[in-house]
Design a binder for this molecule. Structure first.
Ligand code: FES
Length: 150
C-alpha cells in the first residue's frame, strides 16, 4: 500500500491504496464518495464516470498511481452552492428509474454541455452512447439534457 494525494472536487485528499487500485474504489472505499457506481468494471457501461481535467473518464479503468495532480470531479463536486442545471432538470423530468447509472449519465452530459451548450439530438446520442441504462431512460435523459441547456 502507498499514499496518493489526489485533487478531488477542489480539495487535496489522500488515499492509502495499492498502485493499481482503480480510482473508482479509491473514491468509494477510501473517501466515501459513492456517487460513481460500479457497473461492469471494464469501461463498457459508464456508471463510474467522473471528470479528469474536465473530460469524462471511466474511473473503473484509471489506476490511482497514474493521476498525479489532475483535477478530478465527481458527481458530489458538480454543484457548489446551487444545484447544477442538469440535476435540476433530472428532478423536474423524473429522469431516473432505478437511478443506478444516473450519476455517470449526468457527468457525461455535463461534459457534453461544456462542449456544446445547445446540443442537437445527434450530438447528445453520440456523447451519451457509452453510458448504458438498464431501465432504458434514454428518452428522458435526452429531454433532461435539452432542459438543462435552456
Ligand atoms: Fe466503469 Fe462500467 S463500471 S465503465
Amino acid at each position: 500500500m502507498s499514499k496518493y494525494t489526489l485533487n478531488i472536487n477542489g480539495k487535496r485528499q489522500t488515499v492509502d491504496v495499492e498502485a493499481d487500485t482503480p480510482l473508482l474504489w479509491a473514491l468509494r472505499d477510501g473517501l466515501g464518495l459513492v456517487g460513481a457506481k460500479y457497473g461492469c468494471g471494464a469501461g463498457q457501461c459508464g456508471a463510474c464516470t467522473v471528470h479528469i481535467d474536465g473530460a469524462p473518464t471511466r474511473s473503473c479503468l484509471m489506476p490511482v498511481s497514474s493521476l498525479g495532480n489532475q483535477k478530478i470531479t465527481t458527481i458530489e463536486g458538480l454543484h457548489r452552492e446551487h444545484q447544477h442545471p442538469l440535476q435540476q432538470a433530472w428532478q423536474e423530468l423524473d429522469v431516473p428509474q432505478c437511478g443506478y447509472c444516473q450519476s455517470g449519465q449526468i457527468m457525461s452530459a455535463c461534459a457534453l454541455l461544456k462542449q456544446h451548450p445547445r446540443p442537437t439530438d445527434a450530438q447528445i446520442d453520440e456523447a451519451m452512447a457509452g453510458n448504458l441504462c438498464r431501465c432504458a431512460t434514454y428518452t428522458r435523459i435526452r429531454a433532461g439534457i435539452h432542459r438543462a441547456a435552456e
